[in-house]
Ligand binder design. Structure first.
Ligand SMILES: [Zn+2]
Length: 160
């Protein structure tokens, strides 16, 4: 994705109140992030337990900021992340729920998803996949996984 500024991040949220976007703690490394290696920006709030955020580029090139709450219950062992669908999963996956934007959200309507705990999806899909068979195009498979992640994240953003 393209680099985004603190101001853009704060104004991108579709399901957070003005107070919530004012209170959120941004990732500390915005200036040094390798944006090329990210399909979306996701981070956990270091000050608020169970609070996390993702800023997802849509297919139309807009940015959708989503405020998440992590569910109390942890998913069953070895749950799969719905966004990167990585099978090796070097990290934990947790259940995040997001309030829907607009009146639906104000009425308590939420949408949930299983996602890598610290939003490691972009890293997971960039790992070189195993050589499935002789002549297997590893680079094409990797590109396909990156593209799939972008699509899944964008379609979740559209649901919110
Ligand atoms: Zn993931």
């Amino acid at each position: 994705m393209l680099p985004i500024s603190e101001k853009t991040i704060r104004t991108s949220f579709v399901n957070a109140s003005r107070k919530e976007t004012g209170d959120l703690t941004l990732p500390g490394d915005l200036d040094t992030l390798d944006w090329d290696a990210l399909d979306y920006l996701g981070w956990r709030d270091p000050k608020l337990a169970r609070r996390a955020y993702a800023v997802v580029p849509t297919l139309e090139g807009e940015l959708v900021g989503i405020l998440f709450r992590q569910a109390e219950a942890s998913p069953r062992a070895r749950a799969q992340c719905s966004w990167c669908q990585d099978v090796k999963l070097p990290n934990d996956v947790v259940f995040y729920s997001a309030k829907r934007s607009g009146p639906a959200g104000r009425n308590g309507n939420t949408v949930g998803t299983l996602v890598c705990q610290d939003f490691q999806c972009s890293r997971n899909v960039r790992r070189t996949p195993p050589l499935a068979y002789e002549g297997f195009d590893v680079e094409a498979a990797r590109r396909q996984r990156i593209e799939d992640l972008q699509l899944r994240a964008a379609s979740f953003a559209a649901e919110v």
